[in-house]
Design a protein around this ligand. Structure first.
Ligand code: FAD
Length: 821
């Protein structure tokens, strides 16, 4: 839009921010046919973090969805190179070095799962790495991987090319136009105020980069990100003229990355003593109003470790002159994942917090966010990047800061499954936490909660158990086996207080939930329903149990980490339906203790006058009873496949309730157990976990949850039409249980599954089942290959391990243990 042209009074979509994020969202919206779009930029395009990016485009990430997004970016950059708005895309290949044996294992693991989506990552020898990048010293290098389609790109050219294409597609772009306010009415964004006038709109997309938190505050939304100072240097020219450019090079063990820049090198890295810029523990970020097209002063002392490490790998770095050092701020998030999607304000989207890989991901980000806006949801499962994953604790600037600093410090560290964060702990604890700590609990953290993984004090009872081989044996204890076996044979007591709990009440509560859920939830007071909430494509957006507590009151229990996400989903649905329903997060109000196992009834009977027989207290029902002196809502449900109850009580009773349950069971062999034992038992029973086995990309039919779907219920439900259409087409894949022939080979997730020489799927979750004595893995397989008895192979760190599709569930298929009298 020419500078002298008036801003429109109203448009459908306003994008705030003319960096690579905003430009890509604009382009992809135009590709989806959106014409009524305005992008406003407070200064010039690319004048935020984009212009000073090092421009490396590495595709491989720990998360499959992000890797697929980066692969799409590369496709797009190739197209741009060939097109009218050409950008300097250099597809020079990329090398990742392993300077430790553990890193080599990580590389092999990545190579194996890269195969599942056709990423041509290959292991190369140390000698081959040195041939491709002759400047390296191979001292200490134990292996390498090479990805021929990695490269680098000029970030400003990329941003401008995307903006030009967006313009050509009808998007208007207004530079030097600053957003100063956003109006939200009835939970929905209505207009933006700029220094050149106001614009009514239906949708706002916050692509503000490190300014996104400030823009979020204008709408009352918290975007938890921290502007971090990130540095790289550019050397003097010293490379001989050569035909092909050097590949990019990463040596994560030494915290450094390189790429060629004309005849010199760019070298940067992730230091162990990072520095936040403008944000402090006591105040939100306050990026200066005139910080555009600018850099921060060089900080050599902080760069020293990186510089020294670079000389270990590229000895020439010790002698070459430095042409410049770039110190630029960039938005990092508390978990190194992006902030994408619709916020709690309807129509207010965000695409920011790109954690120094926004150039690599820009294509994919723009595509995903544009789909989200136009189609209501993205085509990939991007739960790890969904803004709704952050709980209210991230309204705290201190929490955001300490977690972000820790994430930056550990950017290149190997993300071993089960690895624990340290910063800002403990934050959320159960009333029984002191008991757990005094009894040797090993805590894992989820959504700020301290949760018992296992009690080291139980380890001696599991003496015979052998740790799984490799990484699966890293954060392992024989206590896990002991707690599993004791629960199956006697009883286990588990603290599940961290479960997210949502109360839905009001005159329309029942009809709202009946619309949101695929199962019937309008049932009798006291009935408990296991159900999924689906998106319009029939994908599983949430998975929870619903208890009808009173005619107009429903209690929902969902996974610890999913509370904010599921709340946001329910609230949006309520707004869409105009439902008169109150939706409240009551997670902290009640404790939840699970007592499961064949002796659970006997133990509970010692503490309650309630009749616990099958006739009086049916499976999947709830009753208000007293346990010891505590008023409790008892739910006869299980996540381990055993007889038992989940007991919900107001938190002030929590310490006493735990103590009394424990005392009542000790002489009957009761053990206190943790989440690792629960996971092992749920794998044997085939209970699905949202975010791994079931996701927004999978339907209940594919996931083996068709028994929940009530297609015929009056009024239908969200996602029904898509499910019907998918039924008519016929399912293409099904979630299957696989047992591996070698019980000590235990999967971690994402491993490819092969039949003959065809890669047919990828592991969603797995582990060891101590009762069935088998290594178990779940994977979606083509329907034709999903029959029990089919022989498969699973790739574990480069070794193909034989396995077989098993009939589900592996444990107690008749369910007699759950219904035991
Ligand atoms: C030193 C450094 C090296 C990097 N190297 C790499 C790399 O090698 N590879 C890689 O993939 N990534 C890299 N990155 C990261 C990458 O550059 C960023 O992730 C990306 O550029 C961020 O783009 P953005 O659009 O989110 O933000 P920005 O480019 O910052 O754009 C946000 C825009 O919003 C505008 N804005 C803010 N507030 C308002 C308002 N109120 N009204 C209107 N407009 C507003 C700003 O002016 C700005 O232009 C690097 C980053 C740094 C700092």
């Amino acid at each position: 839009m020419p500078a002298d042209q008036q801003l429109p009074d109203a448009v459908r979509i306003v994008i705030i921010g003319g960096g690579v994020g905003g430009a890509s969202v604009a382009y992809h919206l135009s590709e989806l046919g959106e014409r009524d779009v305005l992008l406003v930029e407070r200064d010039e395009l690319t004048s935020g973090s984009t212009f000073h990016s090092a421009g490396l485009v590495g595709q491989l990430r720990a998360d499959p969805a992000l890797t697929r997004m980066n692969m799409y970016s590369v496709e797009l950059y190739r197209k741009l190179l060939a097109g009218e708005h050409a950008v300097a895309w250099t597809e020079c290949g990329g090398i990742k070095l392993a300077s430790s044996s553990e890193r080599l294992q990580e590389i092999r693991r990545q190579i194996s799962w890269a195969r599942t989506y056709g990423l041509p990552l290959e292991e190369i020898s140390v000698r081959e790495a040195a041939e491709l990048f002759p400047l390296i010293s191979t001292d200490g290098v134990v292996g390498a991987a090479y990805l021929p389609s990695d490269g680098y790109i000029d970030p400003s050219q990329l941003c401008n090319a995307l903006a030009n294409l967006a313009r050509a597609g009808g998007v208007r772009i207004a530079p030097r136009t600053r957003v100063v306010g956003i109006d939200v009415e009835d939970g929905r964004v209505r207009r933006v105020h700029t220094d050149k006038g106001e614009i009514a709109c239906e949708i706002v997309v916050n692509c503000g980069g490190m300014f996104a938190a400030e823009i979020g505050r204008m709408a009352g939304v918290r975007i938890p990100l921290i502007p971090m100072s990130h540095q790289y240097l550019v050397t003097e020219a010293f490379l001989p003229e050569r035909g092909d450019p050097l590949p990019t090079l990463r040596d994560p063990d030494l915290l450094v990355y390189f790429r060629q820049e004309v005849n010199g090198l760019v070298m940067g890295g992730y230091e162990r003593d990072p520095e936040a810029w403008t944000a402090t523990a006591g105040s939100y970020d306050a990026v200066p109003a005139d910080f555009n097209g600018r850099l921060l002063p060089e900080n050599w002392p902080r760069f020293e470790q990186i510089a020294q490490n670079s000389q270990i790998r590229v000895p020439d770095m010790a002698d070459i002159g430095v042409r410049m050092i770039v110190n630029g701020p960039e938005a990092f998030t508390p978990d190194n994942e992006f902030c994408l999607g619709e916020t709690e304000v309807d129509g207010f989207f965000v695409a920011a917090g790109f954690c120094a890989h926004g150039i690599a991901a820009a294509g994919g980000i723009g595509k995903i966010v544009a789909e989200w806006i136009v189609e209501g949801q993205p085509s990939l499962d991007v739960w790890h990047m969904d803004i709704s994953r952050f709980g209210r604790d991230y309204r705290s600037p201190r929490r955001t800061l300490v977690r972000t600093l820790e994430s930056y410090q550990t950017y290149y560290d190997i993300a071993y499954p089960g690895r624990q964060r340290i910063a800002g702990r403990p934050l959320r604890t159960s009333p029984a936490y002191p008991w757990h700590a005094a009894n040797g609990a090993f805590f894992g953290e989820k959504a700020g909660w301290e949760r018992v993984d296992y009690y080291e004090t139980n380890a001696s009872r599991g003496d015979g158990a052998r740790p799984p081989d490799g990484w699966a044996g890293r954060y392992w204890s024989p206590a896990i086996a002991a707690e599993h076996v004791a629960t199956r044979t006697m009883a286990g007591l588990f603290d599940e207080t961290s479960f997210a709990k949502i109360e839905v009440s009001g005159p329309d509560a029942a009809t709202l939930l009946e619309w949101v859920c695929d199962n019937r939830v309008i049932r009798g007071v006291g009935d408990v329903t296991y159900t999924q909430a689906l998106n319009r494509r029939g994908g599983i957006e949430a998975d929870f149990t619903v208890t009808r507590v009173a005619a107009e009151v429903f209690s929902i229990v969902t996974g610890t980490a999913f509370g904010s996400h599921d709340m946001a989903w329910l609230r949006k649905q309520a707004r869409r339906c105009g439902a008169r329903a109150r939706i409240e997060d009551v997670t902290g109000r009640d404790v939840c203790y699970a007592l499961w196992g064949p002796r659970s009834r006997k133990i509970l009977a010692r503490l309650t006058p309630a009749d616990l027989s099958n006739e009086a207290f049916r499976f999947m029902t709830a009753q208000q009873i007293t346990v010891a002196d505590v008023p409790v809502r008892a739910l006869r449900v299980t996540f381990v496949g055993e007889l038992g109850w989940e007991l919900y009580a107001s938190s002030e009773f929590g310490a006493a309730l735990w103590r009394d349950l424990w005392s009542a069971g000790v002489d009957l062999g009761l053990v206190a157990g943790g989440y690792r034992a629960i996971d092992s038992m749920r794998l044997e029973k085939g209970y699905r976990v949202w975010g791994a086995d079931i996701t927004p990309e999978t339907t209940p039919y594919e996931a083996g949850l068709g028994f929940c779907v009530k297609l015929g219920k009056p009024g239908g439900f969200e996602g029904r039409d898509a499910l019907v259409a998918s039924q008519e087409r016929g399912a293409e894949r099904r979630l299957c249980a696989i047992t591996l022939h070698d019980p000590h080979s235990v999967v971690l997730g994402n491993e490819p599954v092969r039949i003959g020489d065809r890669i047919v799927g990828r592991v969603t979750s797995g582990g060891y089942g101590y009762t069935v004595d088998a290594s178990i893995a779940y994977a979606y397989l083509p329907v034709a290959d999903a029959e029990p008895g089919t022989t498969v192979c699973v790739d574990l760190f480069g070794d193909w391990i034989d396995g077989v599709v098993a009939a589900e569930p592996l444990f107690d298929p008749a369910g007699s243990r759950i219904r035991a009298s």
